[in-house]
Ligand binder design. Structure first.
Ligand code: HEM
Length: 450
């Protein structure tokens, strides 16, 4: 990666808050909604690498967009930089109180340690065949010569993979039921998690969002608890390699297994955090490649030569140029000094993923899609942060990158895709992700059989 030349942090002890727009919170939120990817970079260019933004419900929050400042946040004491509390504001109704995403401190580390091994490097490669099979099956449904949106297809693939690899469900009838329950839950959860408004979380009659959400959550939970019971009762489940079976066998430092409630919360967390994100990342990879024929040509040539470096670099560049998650939050449990600013307890501090990834000093010509940036070195942990960082770094990062590489290879080797419209697709907020506005509209000019 290119070396950065960066300005020095300010002297410690400054009392005022970092600079930022004086526009009303609602106006700033609207600007963010209109241009989610550009908003943070614009603020960074205008106000510097540490800036304030005001949002409705959250008040004044502080963004950081320089590696040394990001490092201060990611390596700050986890007991002061609470991610769980920040995430819970939005996600707790869906994920529950035992989710690794909504916990902090000791309970967080306990769940994280239990959850990490199944997502470890070598473990995930055994899902390779399954990923290829699911991809090829889904590609058979792609039309030839007619425009279609790719994102629903990438989402079906990642969902098919997660249902089998994580939950270990293989029975066709159960898979169908499971998929219906997940679809329903995903539809309802969007409304609840879009804004932390108390009114959205109250029963205002059977047709209001909350009771509909609760019903879909109960139906999904019933399926998951049933699956946990079935798996426990299955002879030889200790030999199975799906994540649920591995978690059933996991023990913490005191030798205690996970409770069913903990298992449920972690499984729903992995489901929620793990399939829409990867599907969106893949949709962006194709959206960028079909508009950058040189990169697509190089990728195709490298794969034909059985080379994997350019493929890995393409995935990394996609997650730089179109980070699926725009920022990560920490809520201060006590005062902390960042970049010389003394911040009070209760402040939200957010590494601004989008602003870092478009920082000229870190990624020269950031608007250009150039996988070459990642060919000659490892990505900097505090500049390229699509998976967040520190003790909260995404548990599924290796899995996601491996899955994206595997699926992308199939797409590029087996189909000839073109953009329907040469203009880049706009970036839209979809649940908590940044997705292509039209779902990556493409035309397949030749299929695998051609
Ligand atoms: C391209 C795909 C993905 C992206 C961009 C992504 C991004 C992220 C980000 C930004 C965080 C928050 C990190 C922080 O606060 O510093 C996170 C956390 C997490 N992700 Fe992912 N993720 C992806 C795929 C996955 C997958 C496939 C799984 C599981 C199979 C997963 C499971 C998790 C979990 C369990 C956490 C919580 C970690 C903790 O709080 O300790 N993610 N992810």
């Amino acid at each position: 990666m290119e070396q950065a030349t960066l300005p020095q942090p300010r002297a410690a002890g400054a009392r005022e808050l970092p600079p930022g727009s004086r526009a009303p919170a609602i106006a700033q939120a609207l600007r963010y909604a209109r241009d989610p990817l550009g908003f943070l970079s614009t603020q960074q260019r205008r106000y510097g690498d540490i800036f304030s933004v005001r949002f409705p419900f959250f008040g004044q929050v502080i963004y950081v967009a320089r590696p040394d400042l990001v490092k201060e946040v990611f390596t700050g004491a986890p007991s002061v930089f609470h991610a769980g509390e920040a995430n819970a504001t939005v996600l707790e109704p869906a994920l529950g109180p035992h989710s690794v995403l909504t916990l902090d401190d000791e309970p967080h580390m306990r769940q994280r340690k239990l959850l990490l091994p199944p997502f470890h490097g070598e473990r995930i490669e055994r899902y390779g065949e399954l990923i290829v099979e699911m991809t090829r099956q889904e590609m058979e449904s792609w039309p030839v010569g007619e425009p279609f949106a790719l994102r629903p297809h990438t989402q079906r693939i990642t969902l098919a993979v997660i249902m089998r690899a994580v939950f270990g469900v293989h029975d066709e009838a159960r898979l169908e039921r499971f998929e219906r329950l997940i679809d329903d839950f995903a539809r309802r959860v969007g409304v609840i998690t879009s804004l932390p408004i108390p009114l959205l979380r109250r029963n205002l009659g059977p047709l209001s969002p909350w009771p509909k959400f609760v019903r879909s959550r109960e139906a999904l939970d019933e399926f998951i608890y049933e699956e946990i019971r079935l798996r426990r009762a299955e002879p030889g489940h200790e030999e199975r390699d799906d994540v649920l079976s591995l978690l059933l066998g996991a023990r913490d430092e005191e030798g205690a297994p996970m409770s069913d409630r903990e298992l449920r919360d972690e499984l729903v967390t992995v489901l929620g955090a793990g399939h829409e994100t990867t599907a969106t990342g893949l949709a962006w990879a194709i959206e960028r490649l079909v508009r950058n024929p040189e990169a697509l040509g190089k990728l195709r040539a490298s794969l034909a030569a059985d080379e994997e470096d350019y493929l890995g670099a393409t995935v990394k560049e996609t997650l730089r140029a179109r980070p699926v998650i725009i920022d990560v939050a920490r809520k201060l449990t006590g005062p902390a000094t960042i970049g010389g600013y003394e911040l009070e307890k209760g402040t939200f501090v957010l590494p601004a993923i989008a602003a870092l990834h478009y920082h000229e000093d870190l990624f020269p010509a950031p608007e250009q899609f150039r996988p070459e940036r990642f060919l000659d070195g490892k990505a900097d942990n505090y500049a390229w942060i699509p998976f967040g960082g520190g003790v909260r770094r995404c548990i599924g990062a290796s899995f996601a990158e491996y899955e994206m590489r595997t699926i992308l290879r199939e797409f590029v080797e087996r189909a000839e895709l073109r953009a329907v419209d040469p203009k880049p697709e706009a970036v839209r907020v979809r649940n908590i992700t940044l997705a292509p506005a039209k779902g990556t509209r493409v035309v397949q000019v030749a299929s695998a059989a051609a």
